[in-house]
Design a protein around this ligand. Structure first.
Ligand code: M6R
Length: 361
C-alpha cells in the first residue's frame, strides 16, 4: 500500500520524520544525558575496554557506517572507521580482540556482510549489528546490537533506512561517549539536537516543490560531481549513489580537497557539481573549492546552511548540532535523485540490474 504516493521511494522519503521519531522513542535518558540501547549486550566495563571500532556494510549501509564512524570518533573519542564488508572479508584482515566490530545492514541478509560476521565470530571477535529487519540472519548471528526501527522499506533504493541507521549510530556514539569522556553538557546538547530532527526533516520535505524544479534543471546532465569534506563527504557519496541507482546518470563523489589532485580536469559547463557545504570549521575551505569550480565554468548546486554566493543554486537546510548535520544534509539530495529519475521516466522502485537484498557474492 503506497498510502497515496506514486512510488514507494516517495512514500519512504516522506515517512522519515515518523521513522526518526520511532528510533529515538523510549531510548533517551534525560537524567543521565545518555541513551539506553536494550539489545546492545555490552556492559559499561566492556564498553570502556573497546580500543577501536570497525564498521562493515555494503552500499548505502557502508555510507551510513562512514558517518557512524565519524560520530563515534567525535562523541566517544574511540578510533573508528568503516569499510565495505566484501573488501574486509577478502583481504585476510588482522582481527584484534580489543576492536569492536559493527555490521550494518538494512535487510540483515546481505551475503558479504553475513560472511564477514561469520568469519569474525569464528576468530572470536565481538560483533554488533545495526540492522533494520528484526530477526534477520545478521541480527541473529551478531552478539547484540541496535535495531534501526525504520519500518519496512520496499523501494530498492534505500532512503529512510539510511537516515535511521545514521541516527542509530548517533545513539550508539552518545551511549559510548557518556560511558567514557563525553560531558553531561555535551550529552544534553546532542539529545536536544536529536529531538529536533523529526521537525527539521519535515521542514526540508516541505521544500520539495523547489527541489523538483532544480531536478528539472539538472536532469539533462550526462554526468555529475558530488563533493564534501569530512562530515559532508559521506553525504556526497551517498547522494551520488542515490542519483546513479535511480536516474542512471553517471555520478562521481570526491572529497572536495581531492578535486585539484585530478577530478578538476572533468569540470566544465556540462558537468555540474553538487557541493555539501555545512556551516562548520571547514566552511571557508569548501568555499574555496566552489571558487575553483566556478573558475572552470562549472555549475554548482550547493546544499548548505546559508546561501552560497559562488553556487548557481543553494538548497538551504536547517542547522542542528554540527555532529548531527550530516543527517539533514542528505535529505534534499534524496528528493533530488527522486525527481531527476521521475523527470527521466525511470522505474523508480525497481531500478534496472538491482535487487533489494543482495544474498549472493
Ligand atoms: O540490506 P543492506 O543494507 O545490507 O543492503 C546493502 C546494499 O545492497 C544497499 O544499501 C544498496 O546499496 C541499496 N540499493 C542502496 O540504495
Amino acid at each position: 500500500d503506497m498510502g497515496g504516493h506514486d512510488t514507494y521511494m516517495h512514500k519512504e522519503i516522506s515517512e522519515q520524520p515518523e521513522a526518526v521519531d520511532r528510533v529515538l522513542r523510549g531510548r533517551i535518558d534525560d537524567r543521565f544525558s545518555t541513551v539506553h540501547l536494550g539489545g546492545l549486550n555490552l556492559d559499561a566495563r566492556e564498553a570502556r575496554g573497546v580500543r577501536r571500532i570497525k564498521i562493515l556494510g555494503c552500499g548505502t549501509s557502508y555510507h551510513a557506517g562512514m558517518i557512524g564512524a565519524q560520530l563515534i570518533e567525535e562523541l566517544a573519542r574511540i578510533p573508528a572507521d568503516a569499510e565495505p564488508a566484501s573488501e574486509f572479508r577478502y583481504r585476510n584482515p588482522v582481527v584484534d580482540p580489543d576492536t569492536l566490530y559493527v555490521a550494518v545492514s538494512q535487510s540483515g541478509e546481505t551475503y558479504d556482510v553475513l560472511a564477514a560476521v561469520q568469519e569474525l565470530k569464528r576468530k572470536g571477535a565481538r560483533v554488533l549489528g545495526v540492522v533494520n529487519v528484526v530477526g534477520s540472519a545478521i541480527a541473529r548471528e551478531t552478539d547484540g546490537g541496535v535495531y534501526v526501527h525504520a519500518g519496512p522499506e520496499v523501494c530498492v533504493v534505500s532512503t529512510k533506512c539510511f537516515t535511521n541507521t545514521v541516527v542509530s549510530f548517533a545513539l550508539l556514539a552518545l551511549h559510548l561517549g557518556r560511558i567514557r569522556d563525553l560531558s553531561v553538557a555535551d550529552g544534553k546538547r546532542i539529545i536536544a539536537g536529536l529531538r529536533k530532527l523529526p521537525a527539521q526533516i519535515a521542514e526540508i520535505l516541505a521544500t520539495e516543490g523547489d527541489i523538483e524544479k532544480l531536478a528539472g534543471e539538472y536532469a539533462h546532465a550526462k554526468s555529475m560531481m558530488f563533493i564534501g569534506r569530512v562530515r559532508g563527504y559521506p553525504v556526497a557519496r551517498e547522494a551520488s549513489l542515490k542519483l546513479k541507482e535511480v536516474s542512471y546518470i553517471h555520478a562521481e563523489a570526491y572529497p572536495a580537497s581531492e578535486l585539484k589532485h585530478g577530478p578538476l580536469a572533468l569540470i566544465e559547463p556540462a558537468m555540474p557539481t553538487v557541493a555539501v557545504v555545512p556551516d562548520d570549521d571547514l566552511l571557508e575551505k569548501n568555499r574555496a573549492a566552489l571558487e575553483e569550480i566556478k573558475a572552470r565554468d562549472g555549475r554548482i548546486l550547493a546544499v548548505a546552511h546559508q546561501p552560497q554566493e559562488k553556487a548557481d543554486h543553494t538548497i538551504v537546510v536547517p542547522k542542528n548540532e554540527t555532529e548531527l548535520d550530516p543527517i539533514l544534509l542528505g535529505i534534499p539530495l534524496q528528493l533530488l535523485a527522486y525527481h531527476t529519475a521521475l523527470a527521466l521516466g525511470r522505474d523508480i522502485d525497481k531500478p534496472r540490474n538491482l535487487a533489494k537484498s543482495v544474498t549472493v557474492e
